[in-house]
Design a protein around this ligand. Structure first.
Ligand SMILES: [Zn+2]
Length: 372
């Protein structure tokens, strides 16, 4: 009986032809989850791969590739197939819809707060306009905002959206002295999932203290930071350039709009991140800060991605010491930056350049072993 019920719940998986979702009519094709030519196929309306072993129904496939929950993926399939969403599913989807609406509202509210005539709002706006040299258009495009440190502001949010909902989203937390927000007195960067919904926030403190300078929303049912990349919403053009942080993405989009920019959200860059960018761009270039941490992170990424990505499509740029991409553009101009991107080196060259110890040479050998 239970099995029967379970089967019924997921009947949309049976109704949807998974071939339509993957948009590929061949019998076998390259797997979406690693780099290969033909190990994936559709068997009994499941996405299966003989190489990595994935076996996914339509909704599992949508959840994985769009970075949303299974519940949302099921609701999505009902919607796009113009089927009414069953009650049991609606009950589970509703809380997500409510939370997404709160995020969307909060993004607008914080954007408006940026233009309030208070000392702290003025300070936040000045940071974006003068220190970061962003235009009002860029601020609007990325829906940047300001979260005031103000008890009344917090109370109004709690009254309007509910304490539990705000706690679940990590917008407020409960401490020794009551409720507070970790976003207080911070610039806010709304973060979208692959469906274009605001699923979380990044933030930067404005008081000059270095500790926790940037923090993101905590992990929640909407926000899985290891799956997501920060990017400009709905735009894919030129080369997909992966930078280190939000500010690089925003200011590079403003100063060299020919390309699209991405950044991981405080987690190490993964093969999945790069595969997601490769779905939208022929070529991906990873910009690495020429400090130890940056080089180590890129080496680790190369090691881990050897068998998962076609590294021929991935270029590497080592930025001059202590310059991030935005500072580089400001100092040397757009053309020089585009030259850097056009002349990006491949993974092998990158490792050769940065190798200077036995351990690193062995990285190079590992690289060769897998690329032969
Ligand atoms: Zn596979």
């Amino acid at each position: 009986m239970i099995t029967e019920l379970k089967m019924k719940k997921y009947d949309i998986d049976e109704l949807v032809n998974i071939k339509m979702l993957i948009n590929n009519n061949n019998d076998s094709f390259g797997c979406e989850f690693h780099e290969d030519e033909s190990s994936a196929s559709i068997v009994d309306n499941h996405y299966k791969c003989t190489c990595c072993g994935v076996d996914l129904t339509a909704s599992q496939y949508i959840a994985q590739t769009k970075g949303i929950s299974r519940i949302e993926a099921l609701a999505y399939l009902y919607r796009v197939n113009k089927q009414s969403i069953p009650d049991w599913l609606l009950e589970q989807v509703r809380p997500n819809i409510k939370l997404l609406k709160i995020n969307s509202d909060l993004s607008k509210i914080c954007n408006e707060k940026l233009f309030d005539d208070t000392e702290s709002s003025n300070n936040a706006l000045k940071y974006l306009l003068e220190d970061r040299r962003l235009s009002l258009e860029t601020i609007g495009k990325f829906s940047l905002g300001f979260f005031p440190k103000d008890k009344n502001f917090l109370n109004d949010l709690i009254i309007k959206y509910g304490k539990n909902e705000l706690l679940e989203l990590g917008i407020i937390s409960e401490g020794e002295f009551g409720l507070y927000s970790m976003f207080a007195n911070r610039v806010i960067f709304p973060i979208s999932n692959n469906m274009g919904q605001i699923c979380g926030f990044g933030s930067r403190r404005l008081d000059g203290v270095k500790k926790n300078k940037y923090i993101n929303s905590q992990q929640s049912r909407l926000f899985n930071k290891s799956e997501l990349l920060y990017k400009e919403r709905g735009v894919s053009k030129g080369v997909g350039i992966i930078t280190e942080g939000y500010m690089d993405v925003i200011s590079c989009s403003q100063n060299e709009p020919k390309n699209s920019y991405y950044a991981a959200l405080g987690v190490a860059l993964s093969a999945k991140h790069v595969r997601d960018v490769l779905k939208k761009h022929e070529k991906v270039v990873i910009c690495t800060d020429a400090d130890n941490a940056g080089i180590e992170a890129t080496k680790k990424f190369i090691k881990e991605s050897l068998r998962n990505i076609d590294l021929n499509k991935v270029g590497f740029v080592l930025l001059p010491e202590k310059l991030d991409p935005d500072e580089f553009i400001n100092e040397y101009g757009r053309e020089k930056f585009q030259d850097l991107i056009n002349n990006s080196i491949n993974a092998r060259e990158f490792i050769s350049i940065v190798s200077n110890s036995y351990d690193e040479i062995s990285t190079l050998e590992t690289y060769d072993k897998f690329r032969i």
